[in-house]
Design a protein around this ligand. Structure first.
Ligand code: 13P
Length: 279
């Protein structure tokens, strides 16, 4: 099919009451697992990289690899920068061929976040690239901020979407990044109120470990992109650990060693993609 932007897949998903999975890849095998899973489910998908990887000396090669995978796919695929922290990272991602970027100013004061996101959005749109913004910061589990998560208000969300021109908006409704220490409190009522006043696709960050019935409920309320990193990468790692234990220190070519962990990640991803597309 093709490399696409958010505007080719997310408004359509929101309209249909489903979501597109956005999975954080870190290498060839994790990207391959996402592609195999999306092809098997025949659903659009988002390959995304966490902003930390933008300082990797070969990030342009990772970008080219993702683009190539997208161009060969039989389903629409967007290549996205996750949590872009600076304007320079946004520019670099665009230079590397990403079709979409996120500028995350959620830890800035609201007015500053709005101003910086608006500039990033103008730049991205001039280059034919879509952009995601964030308000109401989704924290990291285990941190102080994850204990009492400040939720986004519908008024802030509506103003931010209208004034920045972003194509998708991440809002805080109680999820956090990484595994939860206790059952998260997901504010489905807030999701409903926000989706009533924000027409663009909403984004759920911190998909790992979030109860599936809550994920499905927010998908039905305008959340058309669901981000998952920790849980499928962990499936990969645990299977790799098993394989290494089986090898007991003996050499196995890396391509062979990676087959079982990749396969385990594909199975995990297929379950998620199926759930997001049939909530
Ligand atoms: P998890 O690691 O909790 O799945 O969060 C992923 C995410 O939101 C990336 O932006």
């Amino acid at each position: 099919m093709a490399l696409v932007t958010f505007n080719d897949i997310l408004p359509q998903a929101r309209q249909a009451g489903r979501a597109v999975g956005a999975f954080n890849i870190a290498n060839y095998e994790t990207a391959k697992a996402v592609m195999i899973a999306a092809e098997a489910e025949q659903q659009p998908v988002i390959l995304q990289v966490y902003h930390r990887l933008m300082s990797d000396p070969y990030i342009s090669a990772l970008g080219a690899m993702m683009r190539n995978m997208a161009e060969k796919a039989s389903v629409p695929v967007a290549v996205h920068l996750d949590h872009g922290a600076t304007f320079e990272q946004v520019k670099l991602a665009i230079d590397c061929g990403f079709s979409s970027v996120m500028f995350d100013g959620s830890q800035l004061p609201f007015a500053e976040n709005l101003e910086q996101t608006r500039s990033a959005a103008e730049y991205a749109h001039r280059h034919g690239v879509t952009i995601e913004g964030e308000i109401g910061h989704v924290p990291l589990n285990g941190t102080e901020a994850a204990v009492n998560i400040p939720l986004s208000t519908p008024e802030e969300a509506a103003a931010f979407a209208a004034e920045t021109g972003v194509d998708a908006l991440a809002v805080s409704i109680g999820t956090a990044h990484g595994y939860y220490r206790e059952e998260p409190k997901i504010a489905v009522d807030f999701a409903q109120q926000i989706s009533a006043v924000v027409a663009i696709p909403l984004v759920l960050h911190g998909g790992s470990g979030t109860p599936h019935e809550k994920v499905k409920a927010v998908i039905k309320n305008g959340f058309a992109k669901v981000n998952v990193a920790t849980e499928f990468q962990h499936t990969f790692q645990l299977r790799l650990q098993d394989e290494l234990q089986k090898q007991d220190g003996k050499f196995l070519p890396l391509d062979k060693l990676m087959l079982a962990p990749t396969d385990a990640a594909v199975k995990h991803l297929r379950t998620l993609i199926h759930m997001f597309s049939h909530p």
